[in-house]
Design a protein around this ligand. Sequence first.
Ligand code: ZN
Length: 491
Amino acid sequence: MRIVIAMMKHETNTFSPVPTPLERFGNRGLQSGPAAIAAFRGTNTPFAAFVDLAEKEKAEIVVPVTADAPPSGPVHADAYRQFTSAILDAVKKGCDACFLDLHGAMVAETTDDGEGNLLSQIRRVAPDLPIAVALDLHANMTNEITANANVVVGYKTYPHVDMYAAGEHAGRVMLGALRKETRPTMVWGNRPMLPHTLRMGTHIPPMKDLIDMAVAAEADGALAVSVFGGFPLADIPGAGLSVVVVTDNDPDGARTIRDRILDAAWERRQAFVYRSEPLKTSVARAKGLTDGPILLIDHADNCASGGTQDTVAVLAEIMRQGLEDVAVFGICDPQAVAELIAKGIGAEVTVKLGGKVSMPSIGRQGEPLEVKGRVRAITDGRFKVRGPMATGTTISMGRTVVLDTGKVEIVITERHSEPYDLGCFQSVGIEPTHRRYLMLKSRIHYRAGFAPIATHIVECDGVGVTSSDMSLFKFEKIRRPIYPLDETAEA
Ligand SMILES: [Zn+2]
């Protein structure tokens, strides 16, 4: 048996000014063949699960590409073409199955539906090929995806700590079908609703309720039930919540499960709306708390949702209100990194930090913050993830500097990197459990590494293209009406 296994992942924020050229896919390696297998073996990723399953089957494994980049604007046309043609070429050479580790919310310059477009191209050259796909919980589902794959399974956790499990699940169902033990049949559906990312954490309702229903339906015999919260910062027709159900040759049963979960989602639509308090109030509230570490979540500029990771509104407010014993992760500012490295460790400096990237989609110019401090550390910015999310993968933040103002230690990086693992601090000599405050540019993924050490969590509404104020974004292509953009939307 010959199995093609590939990874092509990008969550595209169509409002993000951050470009997505081929080079951005280098964070965890644009690789192929045995090098790709070696890079991801033992990691908490669907790809690693696919490899393990294929090896157990003693299959010949072909890996045309592993491509993964942090979220940003639409994927450049040449990068998208390179990934898709590598996968297509491998399939054309002949194979018995295809296992794909995709995201589900990829928009390229040439298509609004990166995954659906890839899958339909594969279908054209291999009409009967069994195709299993693992997708992110933030996938925006389309007909193209479900019509051109045999099995689709999504993560059931946010933070995504079950990536391997989702891949194992998709691959296992596909292999069962190849052995003729089952006949997977798949349906999907959605409701006109665009849940907020900050309301999709799977540890609490409303998302937890829906995931619990999916798990119960699987325990009841469905082959796979996935709830996708969707990625709302994508101005494409299909953005929003959806459900995909795979049953063993029982399409009616699949439709019943789908509709039950979608009805429950629609009933909870108000609970999927995020309401924030003013930034000043949040920081003042944090100042009144005594025991730490207290997490200050700068959610409007989350690079793992397409943020520039260089807005300074929350940092500026923290400094204005005089919070002490704060560690900040992080500001992505290659120019400041170069300046500070040139000054050297121990140097007293004044630097214009962040604010280098304008955000035309929300009508904001970059606004740097002048910061005085001492260069405390300089590192290569590489560390291996030890925590529960993407365990075992290597994070490459680019050259990294710690700037210490006396009250606030700021980690400044060359590359985008969301703080979901304690290693982002520990690798630069900061012990996060010893700090009173940790400011994190994150929305929910921080929970993977930081929720277990936190005494309080304060969400801080700053500035950026991952703002939770949906009225900032001009949607033109999304299907309308859709809740909560349109209060009157009906199921
Ligand atoms: Zn996600």
